[in-house]
Design a protein around this ligand. Structure first.
Ligand SMILES: NC(=O)C1=CN([C@@H]2O[C@H](COP(=O)(O)OP(=O)(O)OC[C@H]3O[C@@H](n4cnc5c(N)ncnc54)[C@H](O)[C@@H]3O)[C@@H](O)[C@H]2O)C=CC1
Ligand SMILES: O=C(O)[C@@H]1CCC=N1
Length: 267
């Protein structure tokens, strides 16, 4: 259904705004986007920042072909049930944990549901979004959802059984990277660097390393080895990270993340 052009984003907080910003930056006409918000001041802020229309959730849903849900997981099903949806509309959820089955049970027949898991670099068009079609979604529905999120970065279509695992890697991934950034800035300060200098070093090192990883296509272990001179300074540091079981901590952390998604989905 390539005729779907009107997009409503209902619930425009951190993630909803990242998607909104990414769509506008990618050239989607602001006139085709409406932000469904609860507070009029938030609507005014979004209208002046992006030039999009704003409305209540009900009005936004009525005016759109594609409804992007940016509300918290525990609000998704109740919100869907409260809206007057019509056949032919496509629901694209951003919510962690909430299954397409649960959403499909809350919408009328003929409304397709696609579940996605984006991340906040979507704000600048560098997002990573996984997409899974519900039983109600046709190939065209999936294509419409993919085209939507393609505007805000890379896309991977996955079976729904993989979405919670993907969320633990790419959905939350930026938080792990920023956590490392925070820790390194602080470490530089502990070594006596001025905070501004330490911040500059960390920001560019993370950006440069990410680009090197993406542009060379090399395995991260190869790139790490290139930095690790035998008997050198990096080896001394990596030995400490291995003793602290940082690698094992990532296994535990991502497992806890996936379990939390499953809890949100069964609440
Ligand atoms: N923050 C992130 O990095 C990511 C978040 N998500 C998902 O995105 C969703 C939103 O998360 P955040 O943006 O972090 O939360 P948030 O709290 O920043 O945003 C939620 C927004 O929904 C609004 N809202 C709630 N009920 C509403 C209603 N009935 N009508 C209109 N607006 C309503 C709230 O006012 C708020 O602005 C969650 O389901 C989360 O699982 C997914 C991937 C990454
Ligand atoms: O923390 C959360 O629940 C959301 C989902 C993925 C990233 N943030």
């Amino acid at each position: 259904m390539a005729s779907r052009s009107r997009i409503a984003i209902i619930g425009v907080g951190n993630m909803g705004e990242a998607v909104l910003s990414g769509l506008v930056k990618a050239g989607r006409a602001p006139a085709d986007i409406v932000a469904g918000v609860r507070r009029s001041e938030r609507g005014e802020e979004l209208a002046s920042r992006y030039g999009v229309g704003t409305a209540t959730a009900d009005e936004a849903a009525a005016s759109a072909d594609i409804l992007v849900l940016g509300v918290k997981p525990y609000d998704v099903v109740a919100l869907l049930a409260s809206l007057e949806l019509r056949p032919g509309q496509l629901v694209v959820s951003l919510a962690a944990g909430i299954t397409t089955r649960a959403m499909e049970a809350a919408v009328p027949d003929g409304v397709a549901v696609v579940r996605t898991m984006p991340n906040t670099p979507s704000l600048i068009g560098e997002g990573m979004t996984v997409v899974a079609a519900g039983a109600s979604a046709s190939e065209e529905d999936l294509e419409d959802a993919v085209a939507l999120v393609r505007a805000i970065g890379e896309v991977a279509v996955v079976p729904e059984s993989h979405v919670d695992a993907a969320a633990a890697i790419s959905g939350s991934g930026p938080a792990y990277v920023f956590y490392v950034a925070e820790a390194l800035v602080e470490a530089g300060v502990h070594l006596g660097l001025p905070r501004a200098t330490s911040t500059q070093l960390v920001n560019q090192t993370l950006a440069g390393s990410s680009l090197l990883l993406r542009e060379t296509g090399e395995h991260p272990a190869v790139l790490r080895e290139q930095v690790t001179s035998p008997g050198g300074t990096t080896a001394a540091a990596l030995r400490v990270l291995e003793s602290a079981a940082v690698r094992a901590a990532f296994l535990d952390a991502t497992r806890a993340n996936r379990e939390r998604s499953q809890e949100l989905g069964s609440a």
